[in-house]
Structures are given as structure tokens and as C-alpha cells.
Design a protein around this ligand. Sequence first.
Ligand code: ADP
Ligand code: MG
Length: 239
Amino acid sequence: MVTTITLNKVEKRFGALDVIRGIDLEIKPGAFTVFVGPSGCGKSTLLRMIAGLETISGGDLLIDGDRMNDVAASKRGIAMVFQSYALYPHMSVYKNLAFGLETAGYKREEIDRRVREAAATLQITDYLQRKPKALSGGQRQRVAIGRSIVRDPKIFLFDEPLSNLDAELRVQMRVEITKLHERLGNTMIYVTHDQVEAMTMADQIVVLKAGKVMQAGSPLELYNNPANQFVAGFIGSPK
Ligand code: ADP
Ligand code: MG
């Protein structure tokens, strides 16, 4: 199950502020796409529009060819991975994973199957009965990702999920998320302001600046052939 996301002239205004200024983009099915750009360039806003958490001021958002502009977030088949602090502290890991499914009305056996499958994928089976505070940062991050996996979404969106972790753990989690993508094969979009993260994780990089796409392509294409000085500087290629 792989999904294409298409943006046609997408715009976002907050009052008089033009935040997203006409973005045309095709997110390749099954690819790991990274949105990278400096703080405030609109990465989170763009991701939230795709997720359905922000309205679209202009243009069209299509998922597998269907216009999504007015489709509710819960109907888009998208999971947004939040940072680890979004875990429920008073619930066990099992309950953290199960909670969303319980509210959505899934049967107990189905919930149990999905929770155990996600836990196995993320190698957190041994911690299912623990509370989040008894986990390391990396384990908590895995639980946060697990909460998305159990919903079996078509698309995963990550908004700077590693920014709270220390440097060593960040490197480890990059590898874990890349492996997760290889195992699941879903379309994933990952937002970061970290060039190294973008270059090491992405199949496809989209460089953003002030609400516009500066360049989209593979890490190698951008490195070898940056479209302008900004991309060259940002990606670190010697132009
Ligand atoms: P990034 O994630 O790249 O750091 P954001 O998408 O969070 O950037 O923000 C882009 C711009 O939009 C910023 O100038 C920010 O202040 C503004 N912005 C974001 N959300 C809102 C909002 N709800 N209301 C008004 N302005 C906002
Ligand atoms: Mg952001």
C-alpha cells in the first residue's frame, strides 16, 4: 500500500502573513521524503496542512489523486508522529499503544494483535507493562512511533521527532526510523532543520525557504547540483 501526495500551488495565510507561498510538489509513493529548511520557513505548517490539522488557504492537496482540502484529518489515513513527551505518563506502554484504538472502537483481540505486532516491530515488547518514566529516551520515542503504527496509516508524518534527544540517541534513532521505513514501506514525510538528518535519511529532499520550495531531489542530486546558493549553503555542497 503506497500513497502519492500531490500539492498544486498550495498556499497558507495566517491573517496578513503569507506562510506557504505556492508550493507545487509530488511526494513519491513509498519514499522517505524530508522537508528541510531554517526555523520559521513553514515546514510544520505544510506538514499540518497535509495532515488536515490546518486549513488550506489556496491551491489543492491530493492524496492518490483525490482532493483532500476539505476532508477531515481522521479520514486521510495519516498518522503524525509526535515527540516522546506526548505519551500519557500514567498509562503503561501497552495502554499508551492501545488507547487510540480503544477510543476508535476496535475489538480487544484486534487491539492486542496490533499492539503486540507494533511492539515487536519496534523491539519494545519487554517494556509493555512499564510506565513511560521507567523508559529511556529512545524507548519512549519508539512508543511514540508505535502509537502511530497501531493505526495502520497509509502515510506517516514526522515533525522534528528527535529534537528533544541527545546527540548520540539522535543518531541511533535516525537509523531506527530508516529501518522502520524499509520494513513498512509506507510513504513517509519527515521534517527537520538539521541538514545532516536530511542528507542521511532521505530518499527525496525538499528544501524550503520562506514558504517556497528552493529545490526537490535526491540527496546526491542536491549535493552535486544545487539549484542556487541557498541550497548549496544549506546542504553543504561546495558551490
Ligand atoms: P517551521 O516549522 O519551519 O519552523 P512553522 O510552519 O512553524 O515553521 O511557521 C512558519 C511561520 O508561520 C512562522 O512565521 C510562524 O510564526 C507562523 N505561524 C505558524 N503557525 C501560526 C499560527 N497558528 N498563527 C499565526 N502564525 C503562525
Ligand atoms: Mg516546525
